[in-house]
Design a binder for this molecule. Sequence first.
Ligand code: PMT
Length: 416
Amino acid sequence: MSQLNITSPTTSSAIAQTLAGKKILLGISGGIAAYKCADLTRRLIERGAQVQVVMTPAAKEFITPLTMQAVSGKPVSLSLLDPAAEASMGHIELAKWADLVLLAPATADLIARLRAGMGNDLLSTLVLASNAPIAVAPAMNQQMHANVATQDNIQALSLRGMMMWGPAAGQQACGDVGYGRMLEPMQLVALCEQFFGPKPLAGIRIAITAGPTREAIDPVRYISNHSSGKMGFAIADTAAQMGAQVTLISGPVSLATPKNVERIDVDSAQSMHQAAMQHAPTHQIFISCAAVADYRPSQVADQKIKKTDDSDQMTITMVKNPDIVASVAALTQDRPFTIGFAAETQDVERYARGKLDKKNLDMICANDVSVQGLGFNSDDNALHVYWPEGDQALAIANKQQLAQQLLGLIAEQYKH
Ligand code: PMT
């Protein structure tokens, strides 16, 4: 299984034709990152791709059509209403031509128009008319990216199956720092190579648990935790994109089911345990990302518990829940390659390695959940992955990017 990272493997002077014959429609919208599209086009072509460039009117303010024509070696398409362009390759023909539509940079405006299904310029019309897979490389100010409207639009496009490539975090042209930078041309090239290349997890079945569990106290109250499910869902989404058949066993979260993922909704640790034990033996890999409650109330009241005047205290007796990942790892027949997570606030390596041993796991992914902005209910995380003979740190990144690196590591270890 090939290692997964978004650094292009093609660094030697004889450039491998990893994209030979692939037809890429590069849609450029009006952001400062548009200037990088000349380099992007050149690098795609060097690897054998044919690139047809389409620009929005605003994109022309950042890079000239003449430049893009020179690097792509093809006339650049600019307008829906250009009789000459329509006569050479009409917009429907262009939409059908592409093996991949790559929108880079994709501004907040383009993303919003795509979400609304608008066809008010050539590029948005082509997206509507194309059957090809679509990759979106967002690029915008970090605050615009964080805006709930943009996040909502990005989520809606992902749900429709569009691939979100980036953005990256860092210094922005406007001076801000944060998520919103377009991925670098070579990172986009590597993602194209990955997209067209062999799927490293093809034919592998992976079961993943995600989100929190809820342990009922009475019909209206429960004990739970802050897990949003984002980390587990990112792993499920990425694994499916890498060709795996994915079963996602999810606690109660408000996230959309990733494309090509079979989802099983559960509530309590006991119901998650039951679903995991039912499905794990038919999967080759089991990833336990859920934040499972270690204990549950020993009794669930039939009726809502009433506040009383005779005491200011209330005691709930708790009993231990089954340890799901340890139960899966203890399977004597059809035991999958089993990976746990460890949410720690101190002495991370010692506790994580302790869980690796005690639960008989093949790998464990430790996150320091005491770090603000990482771990529970955040978009970013950092992991330190341990296995019996080694370990690797995965630096802070958004959960989607981290999932990609983690699955690359799992694929490598699973082979051994
Ligand atoms: O969901 P997010 O908001 O994106 O947050 C992600 C996360 C912080 C929840 C995730 O990265 C993470 O760390 N998940 C594991 C949380 C946890 O419960 O850790 P733990 O150290 O308490 O448990 C160790 C392992 O045992 C975990 O794999 C856990 O899934 C598993 N476990 C724990 C208890 C139990 N009864 N059954 C289990 O299977």
